[in-house]
Design a protein around this ligand. Structure first.
Ligand code: PEP
Ligand code: MN
Length: 337
C-alpha cells in the first residue's frame, strides 16, 4: 500500500504516522521527492482501513498495490482449487452442471426432475427449500420438508444436492446437504459467512445483485479466513440500467475471477436471463469464457412453477442444451463431471 502525503506535511506529524504504521507490524519505505512524499507500506496491509488513513490531515491519497484479500487471491495460492464432492469435481479442467427447480415443490416434482436431469448429464441436483423472495406474500419454500424431499431425490438418483441457506441458525438442518448455497441477497451477510468458514462443507457463493467482483472475493475471504477452503464462486448476473433482461450476466467476471483467484467459478445463466430462450447462448458464452460449470433451473412443468417459472427450462429443453454443452466441453478439452 502506498500513502501519499500532502506537500505541507509537518515532520512531527509524518514521524507520528510512520510510528503508527510500524506499531501495526509494517515496514515503511520513505521516499521524499521534490513535490511529493510517499510512504510505501510493506507487510500485511489487508487489515488496514484506507478511509481511516485518509482522515489523517497530512494524507493526500492512499492506494492499494496488492489485493485486500489474501486467501482468495491467486498471488498467494497460484494453483487452482478443485472442490470435490462425493467424487464429483468442480474446478479447472472440469465442467460441472448443477440443475433442478428454483424451489422444491413436491415429491413427484423432485423425483421427476432429478431422474431426468441426471439422465441428461447433470452432476448435481439443485432446489431451494428456503426461498429469499422479494415479496413476503410469495411462496417462501417448503423449508424443512424441502430438505427432506431433496435428500429423498438424492437417495433415489445418487446426485449430490445443492440448496440455499438463509441464516447461520439453520446449519443443523443442512447437515446432510452436500453443497450449501449462499444466495445473491446474502452475499454480504457477514455473520453467516463467518459461520460457514467454520463448517467443512463446500459453499457455493453467489455474487450479489449490485456487488463488485472485489466484494465477491472479499465475501469468499470471510469463509476462507475461517478455515473452510471449499468455496465455489458463482456469477449470476448483476443489475444494470438494461431492462430487456432480468440481470446482466457479467461474462467479464469469469476471466477476471479466474485471474484474480484460484477458486472455481460457475455461472448461473437462469437468474441472469429471466427467460428460457437466453439460457443456451449465455451457457455457451460462460463455457467459452472459462467457467468451470453451470447452474441451471429446470422444472417438469415450468408454467406451474411456484417460483421462477419463466426462466425454467422444461426437461426436453434441458436435455437439448446438455447435448450441445457436452460437445463444447469436449472441444474445450475439459472433463464433463
Ligand atoms: C436461486 O438460486 O434460486 C436464487 C435465489 O438465486 P440468486 O440468489 O442468485 O437470486
Ligand atoms: Mn430461482
Amino acid at each position: 500500500m502506498i500513502v501519499i502525503l500532502k506537500q505541507n506535511a509537518g515532520q512531527t506529524q509524518v514521524q507520528q504516522l510512520i510510528k503508527d504504521f510500524e506499531a501495526q507490524d509494517l515496514t515503511i519505505h520513505f521516499s521524499q521527492g521534490a513535490n511529493t512524499t510517499i510512504l510505501g507500506l510493506v507487510g500485511d496491509t489487508a487489515h488496514l482501513d484506507m478511509e481511516k488513513i485518509l482522515t489523517n490531515d497530512i494524507v493526500r491519497d492512499v492506494r492499494r498495490i496488492s489485493e485486500p484479500y489474501k486467501a482468495a487471491s491467486r498471488s498467494f495460492h497460484p494453483q487452482d482449487t478443485i472442490v470435490e464432492v462425493s467424487g464429483v469435481k468442480i474446478g479447472e479442467g472440469t465442467f460441472t452442471v448443477i440443475a433442478g427447480p428454483c424451489s422444491v415443490e413436491s415429491q413427484q416434482q423432485m423425483e421427476t426432475v432429478a431422474a431426468s436431469v441426471k439422465a441428461s448429464g447433470a452432476a448435481f441436483l439443485r432446489g431451494g427449500a428456503f426461498k429469499p423472495r422479494t415479496s413476503p406474500y410469495s411462496f417462501q419454500g417448503l423449508e424443512d420438508e424441502g430438505i427432506r424431499l431433496l435428500l429423498a431425490a438424492k437417495k433415489a438418483t445418487g446426485l449430490p444436492i445443492v440448496t440455499e441457506i438463509m441464516s447461520e441458525t439453520q446449519l443443523d438442518e443442512f447437515a446432510d446437504v452436500d453443497v450449501i448455497q449462499v444466495g445473491a441477497r446474502n452475499m454480504q451477510n457477514f455473520r453467516l459467512l463467518k459461520e460457514l468458514g467454520h463448517c467443512d462443507k463446500p459453499i457455493l457463493l453467489k455474487r450479489g445483485l449490485a456487488n463488485t467482483i472485489e466484494e465477491l472475493l472479499m465475501s469468499a475471504e470471510y469463509i476462507l479466513a475461517g478455515g473452510n477452503e471449499k468455496v465455489i464462486l458463482c456469477e449470476r448476473g448483476i443489475r444494470t440500467f438494461e431492462t430487456c433482461i432480468r440481470n446482466n450476466l457479467d461474462i467479464s467476471a469469469i476471466p477476471v475471477l479466474k485471474k484474480q483467484s484460484h477458486l472455481p467459478v460457475i455461472v448461473d445463466p437462469s437468474h441472469a436471463a429471466g427467460n428460457t430462450w437466453l439460457i443456451e447462448p449465455l451457457a455457451r458464452a460462460a463455457l467459452a469464457a472459462g467457467a468451470d460449470g453451470l447452474m441451471i433451473e429446470v422444472h417438469n412443468n415450468p408454467k406451474a412453477a411456484l417460483c421462477d417459472g419463466a426462466q425454467s427450462l422444461d426437461l426436453p429443453q434441458f436435455a437439448a442444451i446438455m447435448d450441445d454443452i457436452k460437445k463444447r466441453v469436449a472441444f474445450e478439452g475439459k472433463q464433463l463431471q
